[in-house]
Structure formats: structure tokens, C-alpha cells
Ligand binder design. Structure first.
Ligand code: ADP
Ligand code: MG
Ligand code: MG
Length: 252
């Protein structure tokens, strides 16, 4: 098991949001998490990434054989956890390339690999750009400064490719994604899928899942996963919404 979340409970500003959440992710699996607004999806992503405004009040999380909750966010990232899409930081005056070279070398050090100098990093970045069939334009700009929504997504996928994480957590915000950005994200995920790399894709967009085809789909409601299934569950949700599943859960 790559990730094992057991009875996870968490609060923000003394309000309990996660109320005993269980989730297991094996290497190579793609899990989609869906659910109504306010259910706790972003909270789950944030708690796994170690964002400090969330307080874990119960439960356990094991990641690649280690106690994830013991690690600070940087350690989690170095050990192969990647959180995409939430609040990309703008860093004026620092080139995206230098920023990514630094991040890649921190990851390599953790894995016992030699650091890449500028020349080697250029080669490495080029391979990833080709893998993703992307343009290289974003590398020369300041980190996220003036990036459009679509460029931020593209850059996030590129970072993901460079860092070669074991687990990618992607939290789609509620804001609209145009079809090009949606495809960009889906193509990126599909290009980076492998037997060793897992994904947790939090999304409101059924259409994204049409392109990604997750192995497992979960419905998160009121801080718990109340239903799990295969891709057909996403289709059912598209058809009927959450009401029926929520009613079944409440009646049980
Ligand atoms: P989702 O991503 O499923 O829409 P969230 O995890 O963002 O849900 O939010 C879950 C609950 O936590 C919501 O009721 C939301 O209002 C509350 N919440 C989120 N962030 C904060 C915050 N910074 N302060 C207080 N409450 C918050
Ligand atoms: Mg929300
Ligand atoms: Mg959210």
C-alpha cells in the first residue's frame, strides 16, 4: 500500500471537517474523489500535504511505510508527495527554471542521486517537455508571475513530471476550467501514469474523469467517504447527482 488513511479526523478553526475518513491507495492506482461543495475534499488534500492551518485531531496516515503526519510539508514533498493546483505561489524575480532545478535537486538528494548542474537540468527538463508534448516557454519566466489559469495548470503538470512523485494529489478548484485546460491536465496525468505512481484526483468535473478514467471513484460527504466504486460511479453521479447516495447514507 502506498497510502493508507485510517479514521482521519481534522479541523480548521476549531470546526471539525474530516470525521473519520478511510482511504487506501496502491502503487499505480488513480483515485477520483468527488462530492458536494463543502464536503471536505480540499481539506483532505491539504491535510495530506501538511498545510499548517489544519489540525489533525485523530486517525493515522501511512505513506510509503512512514507516518506521514510526523513529517513537515517539505519532507513530504521530498519523499514523493506532490500537491498540485492549490494556491500556486508567485515568486517575482526567480526564474521558474532555477526554482525547479532547486526542487529537483532536493528530491534527488533525498533519493541518493547526484545533483543536476544547469546543463544536465536543461537536458532533463527537455525530456519531460517532450514527454508531455509541451512548449518550453514557461521555464524562462518568473515563477507563476503573470501566468494565465491554463499556464499555471500546464506548469503544475510540468513540475509534477520533473519531480517524479510517488503520489500526486490534484485538487481542482470550483472555478471553471476550459476544455483546453481540462485536456492539458488529463493528458499530463495520462502521460505520467505508471505502475509505481499513484494519483488522487479531486474534481467536480465528470468530463475530466472521462479523459483520465480513474480506477476508483469515491464520494466524500460530511467529512467521510460514504461510497466507493469504479468509473461507473462517476457516470452514475453525472446522471443522478449526489442526493440519492447521500439519502442512502443517512438512512443506513
Ligand atoms: P470542498 O473542497 O469539498 O468543497 P472544503 O474542504 O474546502 O470542502 O471545506 C470543508 C468545510 O470547511 C466547509 O464547510 C468550509 O466552509 C470549511 N472551511 C474551509 N476552509 C476554511 C477556513 N479557512 N476557515 C473556516 N472554515 C473553513
Ligand atoms: Mg469547495
Ligand atoms: Mg475544494
Amino acid at each position: 500500500m502506498l497510502l493508507k488513511v485510517e479514521n482521519l479526523q481534522a479541523e480548521i478553526e476549531e470546526k471539525q471537517i474530516l470525521k473519520g475518513l478511510n482511504l487506501e491507495v496502491k502503487p499505480g492506482e488513480v483515485h477520483a474523489i468527488m462530492g458536494p461543495n463543502g464536503a471536505g475534499k480540499s481539506t483532505l488534500a491539504s491535510v495530506l500535504a501538511g498545510r499548517e492551518d489544519y489540525e489533525v485531531t485523530g486517525g493515522e496516515v501511512e505513506f510509503d511505510g512512514e507516518d506521514l503526519l510526523d513529517l513537515d510539508p517539505e519532507e513530504r514533498a521530498r519523499k514523493g508527495l506532490f500537491l498540485a493546483f492549490q494556491y500556486p505561489v508567485e515568486i517575482p524575480g526567480v526564474s521558474n527554471k532555477l526554482f525547479m532545478q532547486t526542487a529537483v535537486n532536493a528530491m534527488r538528494e533525498e533519493r541518493g542521486l547526484a545533483a543536476l548542474d544547469m546543463f544536465d537540468f536543461d537536458e532533463y527538463a527537455k525530456e519531460k517537455i517532450e514527454l508531455l508534448d509541451m512548449r518550453a516557454d514557461l521555464l524562462e519566466r518568473s515563477v507563476n508571475v503573470g501566468f494565465s489559469g491554463g499556464e499555471k495548470k500546464r506548469n503544475d503538470i510540468f513540475q509534477m513530471a520533473l519531480l517524479e512523485p510517488k503520489l500526486c494529489i490534484m485538487d481542482e478548484t470550483d472555478s471553471g476550467l476550459d476544455i483546453d485546460a481540462l485536456r492539458q491536465v488529463a493528458n499530463g496525468v495520462n502521460a505520467l501514469r505508471s505502475d509505481e505512481r499513484s494519483f488522487i484526483v479531486v474534481t467536480h468535473y465528470q468530463r475530466l474523469l472521462d479523459y483520465i478514467k480513474p480506477d476508483h471513484v469515491h464520494v466524500l460527504y460530511d467529512g467521510r467517504i460514504i461510497k466507493s466504486g469504479g468509473f461507473e460511479l462517476a457516470l452514475e453521479l453525472e446522471e443522478n447527482g449526489y442526493d440519492e447516495i447521500v439519502q442512502q447514507y443517512k438512512n443506513a
